[in-house]
Design a protein around this ligand. Sequence first.
Ligand SMILES: NC(=O)c1ccc[n+]([C@@H]2O[C@H](COP(=O)([O-])OP(=O)(O)OC[C@H]3O[C@@H](n4cnc5c(N)ncnc54)[C@H](OP(=O)(O)O)[C@@H]3O)[C@@H](O)[C@H]2O)c1
Length: 326
Amino acid sequence: MHAWLCTTPTGVDQLQWTQLPMPTPGPGQVLLEVKAASLNFPDLLIVQNKYQIKPPLPFVPGSEYAGRVVALGDGVSHLQVGQRVACLSGTGGFATHTLAPAAMCMPLPESMSFEEAAAFIMTYATSHHALMDRGQLKAGETVLVLGAAGGVGTAAIQIAKAAGARVIAAASSDEKCALCKEQGADLTINYSQGDLREAIKAATDGKGPDVIYDPVGGDYAEPCFRSIAWRGRYLIIGFASGPIPSLPLNLALLKGASLVGVFWGEFAKREPKANASMMMELGQWYEQAKIKPVIDKSLPMAELHAAYERMGSRQVKGKLILTNNE
Ligand SMILES: NC(=O)c1ccc[n+]([C@@H]2O[C@H](COP(=O)([O-])OP(=O)(O)OC[C@H]3O[C@@H](n4cnc5c(N)ncnc54)[C@H](OP(=O)(O)O)[C@@H]3O)[C@@H](O)[C@H]2O)c1
């Protein structure tokens, strides 16, 4: 087997496509032939030692992937050799084969391709947990999604629409805004132009969004939080732009508003039953065509460096996929 190996987490350049012995699954594990893996923002951070989880070295990055079960470890009875599954295990996906924890493997419906499956769990679970659980989004409310053309952003647009909300999608170019419209956004704001507060005011008849979904952070956070509606919920998803913003707390008082932290991975660990029922609902929404992963590009696994470059330079619309040849 081959894998992209991270020996020193100093950036993307040090990753080497390395030949490794084929591993044998231990108890509770399965050996997967990886068909497709997706690039999530944490995959960019983890190889630079900037992510909150720091795996022991050396490690194979690639948090989320889909493939076929090749071998079962002891005690695995709910999966079969040959079965198609997706898994989000944090590492291991940028490879031809990987050992996956069987308990975290999600069997795939026939209708879901490996590419879509590799693009599903992280973004949809994060956005569903954020909007529906942490944000208590109701039908008829207005949601502002920042970084709306990205991975979690496109999932947030689709989920908010499925929940009956009105969606304002904000992104950095007209091209990205056009993609957001295709995903169901009612209105778009190109936040690289003009005054963001004025644009939000105009888009909400001066009332402000009920829920703000923010995976970007940086300079957008304060003008957005200042624009939130009475009893608004500001969902803190991530800081893709780099800086972690600070906010004057009087703004929360003035609007009776809440700043709400969202950490889907920890939620899944601490509240597995609630996470399982959420994943079940997402599976049903996929089958009902209410949600569908947006694939930016599928690149061969060998082009991982180019994929990282595309994500780091803010070019990705939806999700980037890396595939192994059939
Ligand atoms: N809290 C959780 O449980 C959780 C779970 C998953 C992901 N996240 C976080 O959510 C964030 C987004 O993840 P993602 O996978 O959706 O990433 P993504 O697809 O790359 O989207 C991030 C968006 O951020 C915007 N952005 C602004 N400045 C940027 C910069 N300097 N570099 C890159 N992007 C920049 C871009 O949109 P514009 O160009 O339109 O501004 C981009 O589309 C990350 O911070 C990630 O860690 C959090």
